[in-house]
Unconditional design. Structure first.
Length: 161
C-alpha cells in the first residue's frame, strides 16, 4: 500500500504544502503521529512531533530547539479531508491556535485571523463556528488539567525515539 501523503493547507496565507519529509510513526482511525524537522531553517525551533486527532480536529505538536530542549506545545485547530484514491490527507489549519509553554502558561493565538478570513470570504461561516467550538473544547481540556490525554500520544514516541 502506498504511504499516506499529508498536506498542510493554510487559509492565510493561501497555500497547500506536501509534508514530504515528515515520518509517520503511527497511524490508525483516530490518530496519526509524525516526527519532523522544520521545512525551512529557523532560529527559534528545529524539530518536533505531531499528533493529528482525526475525530476531534486538533493537531498537537511538541516543538524542540536544535539542542533538544522543549520550546512549547503548539495546538492547531484543524479540519481533515482524506482522498482515498490518492491516499492523501489534507490538514486545513482553521487559524486558531493554542501554545502551552513548559511553565504551564497558555496563550491563544490568531483569533483575529478568523474574523479576517470570514470578512474576506476566505472560508465559510461554518468553518469559523467549527474552529471556535473546537477551540473551546481544547481550552476546556487544558484548563481542567486533562491535556495529558492528548500529549501522552506524542510523549510515548518521544521517550522511545
Amino acid at each position: 500500500m502506498e504511504t499516506l501523503k499529508i498536506y498542510r493547507k493554510r487559509i492565510i496565507p493561501d497555500e497547500c504544502i506536501l509534508l514530504k519529509d515528515d515520518v509517520i510513526l503511527e497511524a490508525n482511525d483516530e490518530i496519526i503521529i509524525t516526527k519532523w524537522k522544520t521545512l525551512k531553517p529557523r532560529r527559534d525551533f528545529h524539530h518536533g512531533y505531531s499528533c493529528y486527532f482525526l475525530k476531534t480536529g486538533y493537531k498537537v505538536s511538541k516543538f524542540y530547539r536544535e539542542d533538544d530542549s522543549l520550546l512549547y506545545w503548539y495546538c492547531d485547530i484543524v479540519d481533515y479531508t482524506y482522498d482515498e484514491t490518492q491516499n492523501s490527507l489534507i490538514v486545513t489549519d482553521l487559524l486558531a491556535d493554542v501554545v502551552i509553554y513548559p511553565d504551564g502558561y497558555v496563550k491563544v493565538l490568531d483569533i483575529e485571523e478568523l474574523s479576517v478570513a470570514l470578512k474576506k470570504e476566505l472560508c465559510e461561516p461554518e468553518a469559523v463556528i467549527q474552529a471556535l467550538s473546537r477551540l473551546g473544547k481544547l481550552l476546556d481540556l487544558i484548563y481542567e488539567d486533562k491535556f495529558d490525554t492528548l500529549s501522552s500520544h506524542v510523549d510515548k514516541w518521544v521517550e522511545t525515539d
